[in-house]
Design a protein around this ligand. Structure first.
Ligand code: ATP
Length: 244
């Protein structure tokens, strides 16, 4: 019998028994998680549940995690945060290039900016960009390295609702073109179900729910069949009350 192809593909990320405490308080309590190359995964959880802590661990930014087991992540990892973290003293293109020199690098940077809709803004200063444009530039900077894994920590959390919807379309488009594995941390249940193919809920320091969103793309916010997933996720998050 032919072996199942998934078994032949090494997972992009594998965590086993990942534990992290701060001042004796356990935030991550033996997280087991694995996802394959190219998978778009969202991570939901209440404020303080440890989403950013988990993301930082996967990014290799936290040297105090106790593996207990193992932590495997690809070499080329990019991280996008809620604020763009553009360097104010560098022009947009120089921010995207992050010190890479030469004509070829500049061409790659320009192409990345064009991909996110910022063609013509290469020489702008970050202070001249809107919040949405700054996040576009941050996405261009993250993609120019062709990451195998894109970690995004509430990348649209500070944007207004309409800009956020546009950015959802852009992120999904970029994902389709570049196919990195994505781990998107968000508070927004709709954002998770419209973008991701798998949604995880972090609770009590572990993955409490692991839900595959089996709907074709592009998805619509109005798709009634997404409602069932929304209900399950809200229930897992303990949101049961309707507003008065
Ligand atoms: N460097 C740190 N020192 C002390 N405590 C920390 C540190 N980093 C995180 N914590 C604590 O760990 C818990 C989880 O924080 P984390 O930022 O991972 O949560 P989160 O789910 O991302 O929250 P939010 O959605 O509000 O961003 C919080 O109680 C936080 O105070």
């Amino acid at each position: 019998m032919a072996p199942h192809t998934e078994q032949l593909t090494a997972p992009a990320v594998r965590l086993a028994g990942l534990t992290r405490s701060f001042d004796g308080r356990t935030v991550l309590d033996g997280v087991d998680l694995e996802f394959p190359a190219g998978q778009f995964t969202a991570l939901l959880g209440h404020s303080g549940s440890g989403k950013s802590t988990l993301l930082r661990a996967v990014a290799g930014l936290d040297h105090e995690v106790e593996g207990g087991g193992e932590l495997t992540a690809p070499e080329r990892v990019s991280v996008v945060f809620q604020d763009s973290r553009l360097l104010p003293w560098r022009r947009v293109l120089d921010n995207v290039l992050l010190g890479a020199d030469g004509k070829e690098a500049a061409a790659r940077g320009r192409a990345a900016l064009a991909e996110v809709g910022l063609a013509g803004r290469e020489r702008a200063w970050p202070s001249e960009l809107s919040g949405g444009e700054a996040q576009r530039a941050a996405l261009a900077r993250s993609l120019v390295r062709e990451p195998e894994l894109l970690l995004a920590d509430e990348p649209f959390g500070a944007l207004d609702a309409l800009t956020r919807i546009r950015m959802h379309g852009l992120l999904r488009e970029l994902w389709k073109r570049h196919r990195p594995a994505v781990l998107l941390v968000t508070h927004d249940v709709d954002e998770a179900i419209v973008l991701a193919d798998r949604v995880l809920v972090l609770e009590n320091g572990r993955i409490g729910l692991d839900l595959t969103i089996d709907r074709p793309h592009p998805r619509s916010y109005r798709d009634p069949l997404l409602g069932e997933y929304r209900e399950r996720l809200l229930a897992a998050l303990g949101v049961t009350e309707d507003l008065a």
